[in-house]
Design a protein around this ligand. Structure first.
Ligand code: DX5
Ligand code: ZN
Length: 230
């Protein structure tokens, strides 16, 4: 999918839940993805961790490419790694539709956004829990998405940190912040989802609140009912 098609399709379906595949059953990837497709999800969130930037290790482009073969859903690749610029072409080739890097891991975030766009892939820029919004202010007019971490990046299953909510508001008030897609990641569940959408979040990454449930579809429906009911 082209970059502009992806951005408008995500905008159209927002607010929407993007399952984080960190906790899925990798031995049964095809059926896990089929279940999520049947539940009507709009994209999959793939967490790439290098054991250096974050104290956890997951997977790289091989798994992204394997998932690409299993689904036409857009793939939202969240890079938690040092030197992400070295691997952007490889993740684009593997089938990423959106690539998000952490501002803490690069010297020149604008150049990395441009590098991602050169692959006709949408570009996201992420801030970890301790990073202020000012660190991404200059990138907002160029990036397609801003990801605000509501936990310390690295592991699923952590509690939502409310300090993220203020950052969402701050981003919206900055130049370029009105139009950018806003994503939140970490600790989103039926109790926290509404606070995130009330502060303008369009893309809600959810790991344990889906994958620790028996019925993924029902878990997604329950969370969505929190944001759609008045
Ligand atoms: C953690 C990852 C998240 C994680 C979210 O660093 O970026 O995507 O899987 O998991 P939950 O929803 O359990 O916090
Ligand atoms: Zn993530």
């Amino acid at each position: 999918m082209s970059r502009s098609d992806l951005v408008s399709s995500l905008r159209d379906v927002s607010p929407t839940i993007l399952p984080s595949m960190l906790m899925c059953d990798f031995g049964n990837l095809a059926s896990e993805i089929e279940t999520l497709e049947e539940a009507g999800v709009s994209a999959l969130h793939l967490d790439v961790m290098d054991g250096v930037y974050v104290p956890n290790f997951t997977y790289g482009m091989t798994i992204v490419a394997a998932i690409r073969k299993l689904t036409e859903l857009p793939l939202d690749v969240h890079l938690m790694m040092v030197s992400p610029e070295k691997y952007i072409p490889a993740f684009a080739d593997a089938g990423a539709d959106l690539i998000t890097f952490h501002v803490e891991t690069v010297d020149d975030p604008l150049a990395v956004v441009k590098q991602i766009h050169d692959q006709d892939v949408a570009a996201g820029v992420a801030i970890n829990l301790a990073t202020p919004v000012s660190e991404i202010a200059s990138v907002l007019p160029e990036a397609d998405m801003a990801l605000v971490m509501s936990i310390n990046a690295g592991f699923g299953g952590q509690a939502f940190n409310e300090s993220a909510l203020k950052k969402l508001d701050q981003i919206r008030s900055l130049p370029g912040g009105k139009d950018i897609l806003l994503q939140i990641d970490g600790g989103i569940n039926a109790s926290t989802i509404k606070s995130a959408t009330d502060h303008g979040t369009q893309l809600l990454v959810v790991g344990s609140a889906i994958f620790k449930q028996d019925d993924y579809g029902k878990a997604i429906e329950t969370m969505m009912s929190e944001v759609t009911s008045s």
